[in-house]
Design a protein around this ligand. Structure first.
Ligand SMILES: [Zn+2]
Length: 383
């Protein structure tokens, strides 16, 4: 009797489940994998770039030889571009998409099924001033990793941290300022562990970081059409706006001293590609001067950290407008709505982290490295 049990279909199913919760992953965030023997060789099927967990299918997983991935982890150094091309060569199906940049990390975890999300609750706590202490207390059985750049450097860090490591006692991994991993030899158990671990963080926030909203009305007379045309001039192309005047957006935009309140960085590093590090802040009627200040500050941030990169367009990708709410600028409506979704999750996280003593994201230098990462730029071009 032929056994028709299919590991990849089960992997697809729990990936889609994870993708359905926007408190776990948003728009292409997170990644999953399963290790399967094909013709006697162990292969890592890992989320391919360009796929979303919510809608990924079997063909969205890149099949990469485990042997190659584990050899890569031992290298002293490796550029992310060389990592991707080496992994592409080690794929048993060349027509599959490029593997996720976290493929080596997935390979290093000695369990069949690996799940990675950017769970809001976990990164909210991690991005608070006492985040390290809280995470340590909430996740005593987890491997806790300080922030490093995703890609080879992160894989290398985990490789070194786990050389003499008892994985059987490890319930998961927390990547500070980034996200969480769970794993198991069983897809359902790995998913269950993710839900359970994130629920711990949610319960902690429920107890310690309750946010109350005031009933607010729009008071600003800002001319959004004027804002649109000013931003279009800097971007050099037409844009679509997404206006958000939800209770969350209005309360967020009503905070004191917005230029320091709302400019404390992103929730998880890859968001920076969509949103930039900070929004345009509008606290008065002078849109032109607010925008020129944004552009000047963006240029000085670029000049401070650039090596040989070419500067991205210095226009903002969203605005926080006092008395009005949030406006996202996308090249089309879809992109504007994606940016709005990310900003919604970020706003709530910042308000909650402030209840824990203050929000504190990754450093400007780390932001720059992410924003100007060769692989992220390539991904954006592909979209
Ligand atoms: Zn991630």
């Amino acid at each position: 009797m032929k056994n028709l049990w299919n590991d990849i279909n089960l992997r697809v199913f729990t990936s889609n489940l994870l993708g359905q919760s926007d408190e776990l992953v948003l728009h292409g965030g997170g990644n999953t994998s399963v290790k399967i023997y094909v013709d006697g060789e162990e292969i890592l099927f890992v989320k391919g770039s360009g796929w979303d967990l919510v809608s990924i299918k079997a063909e969205g997983f890149a099949p990469v030889k485990m042997k190659t991935l584990l050899e890569m982890a031992k290298l002293e150094s490796l550029s992310d571009t060389d990592m991707v091309s080496g992994q592409k060569e080690a794929m048993i199906d060349k027509s599959a998409p490029n593997p996720s940049v976290e493929a080596i990390l997935h390979a290093l975890i000695p369990f069949k099924v690996v799940d990675h999300t950017h769970a809001d609750a976990v990164v909210t706590i991690s991005n608070s001033v006492n985040g390290e202490e809280h995470i340590q207390n909430l996740y005593p059985d987890f491997l806790i990793v300080p922030y490093v750049m995703p890609g080879f450097i992160l894989a290398k860090t985990i490789y070194e941290m786990t050389i003499d490591f008892d994985w059987s006692k490890c319930k998961g991994i927390i990547l500070h300022n980034h996200g969480i991993f769970t794993f198991d030899d069983d897809a359902k158990r790995s998913y269950d562990k993710m839900i359970k671990a994130v629920s711990v963080a949610e319960e902690f926030l429920h107890q310690n970081a309750k946010v109350d909203f005031r009933a607010l009305h729009v008071t600003s007379k800002v001319d959004v059409e004027e804002l649109k045309s000013l931003v279009e001039t800097i971007k050099g192309h037409e844009i679509a706006l997404h206006v958000n005047q939800s209770s969350l957006a209005l309360n967020y935009a009503e905070q004191e001293d917005l230029s320091s309140f709302a400019t404390r960085g992103v929730l998880t590093p890859e968001h920076i590609i969509r949103t930039k590090r900070v929004p345009l802040i509008v606290e008065n009627d002078d849109l032109e001067s607010s925008l020129s200040q944004f552009v000047a500050e963006y240029k000085s941030y670029f000049d401070e950290f650039k090596k040989d990169e070419i500067m991205l367009n210095p226009a903002p990708n969203y605005a926080i407008i006092k008395g009005f709410g949030v406006v996202a600028f996308g090249k089309n409506e879809k992109e504007a709505s994606i940016i709005n979704d990310i900003v919604e999750h970020t706003m709530l996280a910042i308000l909650r982290a402030d209840k824990l003593g203050g929000y504190q994201g990754i450093s400007l230098k780390d932001c720059f490295e992410m924003e100007y990462w060769e692989l992220e730029q390539a991904k954006l071009k592909k979209r």
